[in-house]
Design a protein around this ligand. Structure first.
Ligand code: RI2
Length: 325
């Protein structure tokens, strides 16, 4: 390989494509896959010189970074692995990068388990939990509650347009949890039967706002009105360090085809080329901190307004984009 032309390994490209197409989805799972991809890049790199190796890793990280903009676990994972890329020789750099990626993946799994134990403490025997979308962090709380001997029931919102609620329903049934599946529009009616709303997060901003699957904010407002506490299960890798310096979180806009097919569009418009129909498909929304009762992390639970303290401790004031160097 020409050291001046950094090649991204085909499997890294495939991982990036899988993340973009949501074959790999969920903030924690995306982070895990990104770390794995950087390890693959390190392992297979043909670079002869350290600078070329480092350049390849940065290009691979950038390829992964550009797939989905909202879930901060992705850049947080890439930063973590790249920060561990230490060494004088290519062999040393390779070993350090692979070891760092493995460490990241281990800690990710451990954090999710620890978070689950904290979340379980908020749940009582016999509680009914309403879920939105599919979050492995939220699921971890329910798994821990079962392990603690509590009986839990779930009301699962299907979560249009991609119906990730079906994944949640499947996982909960595998755990033996009784599930009532509802359409999103039925959520307010069923909140009267729920003891908690439990959701995950793609990013948490410094002011405690929760960026999660579209529909979370409406659910949280309704839950507050009905007196149902809202619990957000989010490992600290979901904390968005750039928001400490005033940046906002970009909300991903996804394809129209997730909302409406060609035939349905023609039904509405009659098939005219300039048909005047716009379809908007934001993947996420922002729930203000006042509608959230607790953010449950592997470091304990936090009122959303105090999460910035944890962010400063974990990330410092600033971070940077090492893949742009
Ligand atoms: P975990 C998902 O986004 C959902 O919004 C979910 O709440 C969040 O990621 C966190 O998932 P998407 O990837 O990390 O389905 O808890 O768009 O698994």
């Amino acid at each position: 390989m020409d050291d001046r032309q950094p090649d991204v390994d085909p499997d890294v490209v495939a991982t990036a494509e899988d993340i973009a197409a949501m074959r790999i989805r969920g903030a924690a799972t995306i982070a895990d896959a990104a770390a794995e991809a950087l390890a693959t890049q390190a392992e297979r790199s043909q670079a002869k010189r350290p600078a070329a190796f480092q350049r390849q890793l940065r290009v691979a990280a950038k390829t992964l970074y550009e797939t989905r903009p909202t879930a901060v676990s992705l850049p947080n994972a890439l930063r973590y692995v790249l920060r561990g890329m230490d060494g004088e020789t290519v062999a040393e750099l390779r070993d350090a990068t692979i070891a760092r990626a493995e460490e990241f993946q281990r800690e990710l799994a451990q954090a999710q388990a620890s978070l689950g134990a904290v979340g379980s403490n908020r749940l009582r025997d016999g509680d009914v939990v309403m879920t939105h979308c599919h979050s492995t962090d939220a699921l971890s709380c329910l798994e821990a509650a079962l392990e603690d001997g509590k009986e839990i029931e779930a009301i699962v919102k299907e979560t249009r347009p991609r119906k990730q609620g079906h994944i949640t329903a499947r996982r909960l049934r595998e755990l033996g949890i009784p599930v009532t599946l509802i359409v999103d529009n039925a959520a307010r009616r069923y909140l009267d039967e729920a003891d908690h709303v439990l959701v995950g997060a793609d990013s948490i901003a410094a002011d405690g706002s929760v960026i999660n699957k579209i529909g979370t904010s409406g659910l949280a407002v309704n839950a507050r009105e009905r007196g149902v506490p809202v619990m957000v299960a989010a490992q600290t890798i979901k904390l968005h360090p750039d928001t400490m310096t005033g940046h906002t979180v970009e909300i991903e806009m996804r394809a129209e085809s997730e909302v409406i097919g060609d035939e349905e569009r023609t039904d509405i418009t009659g098939g005219a080329s300039d048909d005047g129909l716009t379809v908007e498909n934001p993947g996420f929304d922002v729930t203000p901190p006042r509608y959230v009762d607790a953010i449950v992390t592997e470091r304990g639970q936090f009122p959303p307004e105090s999460i910035v303290t944890l962010m400063r401790e974990l990330f410092g004031e600033t971070t940077g984009d090492p893949w742009e160097q």
